[in-house]
Design a binder for this molecule. Structure first.
Ligand code: FAD
Length: 341
């Protein structure tokens, strides 16, 4: 197939641990392709808590989750990883030569000597509201994540949902939007009490309307551009809210998904691995980070980093079967030139 890519190591998941695996493989001269179902890098750190500090990363007394991701991306960059974002890995199979072939939902195929599964709790996906034709607006007028606040300046925004994300983004975007409607099917919000108070105070102004209890009922627009969002009350009475953008915040769902069907030994939605190498029950397939389990496993980013290092060392002879490894510390060998500028 024309979109077949060949590499040393295919990494499933661009969370913190998948990113560090690129570095560890890179130091051992192995190139990586990385696939993630989300269209941003960073796994849970970027998707769930970008602006929360983390206190247990060695050497960083305090680091924001998104900053950690930015640093890991920078650390991996000299090894020129190829990212395939916004696509779930749906199939994994072995060829007669013993190499592995990964297939994504978008039809990308990756041929690799070894695979590192750094898939966290499985593929993340937003919980989509069941609105006819919503796919036509996704990425243009409908967004499940806010990446850049600035993109929403001067816009008429409908925010749907009643949790922290809906409330926090309503408060934040009210500073630059033209108008915000917050649609929630219950009269009460589930968020920090202080934030809920601020939301109600803001609703006394022209800037923000609380549309409660209502739920999403339909979309109006064309060519990917919304003009209005239809909502209905509990009796089914509809009205249309003029809007340029819809932000549904109904949470992210996590699903081990296709990984469960690859014949690997599992333990309660986790992949069991050999603790010394992070190898799974299939030769050449490794699992690291939150998805990997062994006796004494700690579900922390720092243990994932160590697992990534062990996996990389175990993979090296699969990529270079005839070459003994003269291993040195990163301080001895340095990283490629591009990293040092
Ligand atoms: P993840 O970050 O889960 O990334 C996995 C990625 O794989 C996801 O992006 C997913 O979309 C992708 N993926 C899965 N399946 C597929 C597939 N089939 N195809 C394509 N892509 C796929 N840990 C700490 O050490 N310290 C903390 O202070 C801390 N605080 C936390 C606070 C919160 C609120 C939360 C939710 C977690 C916290 N954690 C903390 C835990 C930490 O975030 C996780 O341990 C870490 O994210 C695991 O990294 P990972 O790379 O293994 O997986």
């Amino acid at each position: 197939p024309s979109n077949l890519q060949t590499t040393d190591v295919a990494i499933i998941g661009a969370g913190p641990v998948g990113l560090f695996a690129i570095f560890e493989c890179g130091m051992l001269k192995m190139r990586c392709h990385v696939v993630d179902s989300l269209d941003v890098i960073g796994g849970q750190c970027a998707a769930l808590y970008p602006e929360k500090p983390i206190y247990d990363i060695p050497g960083y007394p305090r680091v924001m989750a998104q900053e950690l991701i930015d640093r890991l991306t920078e650390q991996a960059a000299p090894f020129e990883p190829v990212y395939h974002l916004g696509q779930q890995v749906t199939a994994l199979s072995q060829s007669e030569t013993g190499r592995w072939r990964l297939t994504t939902a978008k039809g990308t195929e990756i041929d690799a000597a070894a695979v590192i599964i750094a898939a966290g709790c499985g593929a993340f996906g937003p919980n989509r509201p069941p609105l006819t034709g919503i796919e036509d607006y996704e990425g243009t007028s409908v967004h499940y994540l806010v990446q850049r606040r600035e993109d929403f300046r001067g816009k008429r925004i409908v925010i749907a949902g009643g949790g922290d994300s809906a409330v926090d983004w309503a408060l934040s975007l009210a500073e630059l939007a033209e108008k915000i409607h917050v649609v929630h099917r219950r009269p009460k919000f589930r968020a920090a009490p202080e934030s809920i108070d601020r939301l109600h105070r803001l609703a006394e102004s022209e800037k923000l309307d609380l549309v409660i209890p209502y739920q999403l009922a339909g979309l109006q627009g064309s060519g990917g551009q919304l003009t209005a969002v239809e909502v209905a009350d509990l009796e089914g009475h509809k009205k249309a809210l003029p809007a340029d953008v819809l932000l549904p915040f109904f949470g992210l769902s996590m699903n081990l998904g296709p990984i469960a069907d690859w014949g690997l030994n599992l333990d309660h939605q986790h992949i069991t691995v050999e603790p010394a190498t992070s190898e799974t029950s299939a030769k050449g397939i490794f699992a690291v980070g939150d998805i990997a389990v062994y006796p004494g496993k700690l579900k922390l980013i720092l243990s994932g980093f160590s697992e990534a290092a062990m996996a990389a060392h175990a993979i090296r002879p699969l990529v270079y079967p005839d070459e003994a490894l003269h291993w040195e510390y990163s301080t001895t060998r340095g990283v490629p030139q591009s990293a040092q500028s």
